[in-house]
Ligand binder design. Structure first.
Ligand SMILES: Nc1ncnc2c1ncn2[C@@H]1O[C@H](COP(=O)(O)OP(=O)(O)OP(=O)(O)O)[C@@H](O)[C@H]1O
Ligand SMILES: [Mg+2]
Length: 292
């Protein structure tokens, strides 16, 4: 992290002290987070109250600025909703965080110490940033159980996975996950025979088996029935606090159910931020997005 960022972060911690619960204390309006330093090796340092931090990030494709000096941060355990018109740069932002796309300029940090721009895509996933693309990508010819088991295996590397057997703790986790993603009654069904919504939940379950600290979800309820959408909202609300979530969606009633802070992206940067009511009342947001 650059000295400037460290100083700014330290000033913010000093200014807030130990902030009372419910007070916003991330730069971009996220909910209050613990400022306790994590000392365990391999853990993410969230001393500055942010688990994900983007500053002044830009990327151009053939001269077109898809991301334009974007700055954003997410608090540990936060569920941040991202909305904005088609082409605003929402998916590209996720591509940058996960190492799929390299920005031309800017800073992207995981906690206070991990510079994500120094890591490859696979390393970023290993570090604990999981990503769900819009289209479900489960193994259709395998059962629900086998898909979840595979998610544990693939996290272990080739050699370890060849001799992989679920221990009792992992079996318990898998059983819990089946309940969490509401597929306990479909454990032996082929993933290919599940509904679209169930496939989405299975993929989320596969990501959760790897216990990610941050989960990025791109249009998770697109194509779901109303009932599946409502169940997905319930699922996300149970994940909040245990994981930090960044959810991109166009479905405003879904956003209303799950959102705390909503960030509106437009032309590759933050146009507005606040509660859904606040951003829905913002003239600029109505002009470029909601009033369409
Ligand atoms: N790899 C790429 N090469 C060229 N242009 C790209 C690439 N990726 C994204 N873009 C362009 O960058 C802009 C932002 O696209 P992006 O997919 O991030 O938008 P979005 O906010 O996710 O939109 P939507 O709501 O439609 O999913 C678009 O104009 C898109 O065409
Ligand atoms: Mg997109």
């Amino acid at each position: 992290m650059t000295p400037d960022l460290l100083e700014a972060g330290a000033r913010r911690v000093e200014r807030h002290g130990i902030a009372p619960a419910g007070l916003n204390n991330t730069e971009s309006g996220g909910r209050n987070a613990s400022t306790g330093r994590i000392s365990t090796p391999g853990e993410v340092d969230v001393t500055h109250g942010r688990i994900l931090y983007l500053e002044d990030v830009s990327v151009s494709f053939d001269g077109f600025k898809a991301i334009n000096r974007l700055s954003l941060d997410i608090a540990p355990g936060e569920l941040r909703c991202i909305i904005g018109p088609n082409g605003a740069g929402k998916t590209t932002m996720m591509d940058i965080i996960t190492g799929k796309t390299r920005p031309d300029a800017g800073t992207v940090f995981f906690g206070s110490t991990i510079d994500l721009l120094r890591h490859k895509e696979a390393e970023i996933a290993q570090l604990g940033i999981g990503r769900k693309f819009q289209k479900p990508t489960v193994f259709e010819q395998l059962t629900v159980f086998e898909n979840l088991e595979l998610a544990l295996k693939t996290h272990k590397g080739v050699k370890a996975s060849m001799f992989f057997r679920l221990d009792s703790q992992q079996s318990d986790r898998l059983a819990e996950m089946l309940v969490t993603i509401q597929l306990a009654g479909s454990v032996n069904r082929l993933a290919g025979n599940l509904s679209h919504g169930q496939k989405q939940w299975l993929e989320i379950g596969m990501l959760l088996m790897q216990d990610p600290k941050v989960l990025l979800l791109d249009e998770p309820v697109a194509g779901m029935t109303d009932e599946e959408t409502a169940r997905t909202a319930e699922l996300f609300l149970t994940l909040k606090g245990k994981h930090s979530l960044m959810v991109v969606e166009h479905d405003m009633s879904f956003i209303r159910t799950i959102s705390e802070i909503v960030t509106v992206l437009c032309d590759g940067s933050v146009l507005a931020q606040g509660t859904l009511d606040e951003v829905q009342g913002d003239e600029r947001v109505i002009e470029v997005y909601l009033g369409r």
